[in-house]
Design a protein around this ligand. Sequence first.
Ligand code: GAR
Length: 214
Amino acid sequence: MKNIVVLVSGGGTNLQALIDAQENGSIKNGRITCVISSKPDAYALERAKKHNIKTRVLARREYPDSVEYSRDILKALTEEKADLVVYAGFMTILDELVVKALPNKMMNVHPALIPSFCGKGYYGLRVHEEALKKGVKLTGATVHFVTEVCDGGPIILQKAVEVLDGDTPETLQKRVMEQAEWKILPQAVSLFCDDRLEVRNNCVYITAENAAGV
Ligand code: GAR
């Protein structure tokens, strides 16, 4: 059973999708053992507590820089014996010292089809504002491994979502979450926990289920 640590900063609907997947048996070989928030007032913390999941707060604003913050995040991840770290609406860019310690063991959900609308400055509603400004007809979500390049790591799963006439950033965000993020994030976590993700040459290959259905 793998220990999953989820990093959050906000509302935590992606965390909720993971909790639901765990409770309905879709994630068989992993358990969310800890939720770490970069903000003390993140609603995601309440969601974790309701399901008796351990929470920790490492407030980004209490640290002078990213390196010191990242050192404490890594310390916490080590203490929690994390096998997998999931960024679920985690709005802080960590120093590469964390990624280097946990190569291909950290994944992020991004609310666009990478390589569109991604990288530094593209987060939350901003991503959908930019997609609407550009007038794309399709957007979606991506789950990828975290590397030192912001939103640049190997892509695990993607799902496309239609942009509709009259969409606002808020309506588009809601559709992308419902139709894509809340589906592909638990799927990617489940595949990881079943040891079905292989990374070669910066690409992810999903291996077949074994005879035990795993
Ligand atoms: C989600 O749409 C997630 O993809 C996005 O922030 C939202 C968090 O919602 N993450 C990023 O933009 C990271 N670059 P949640 O707190 O309800 O899961």
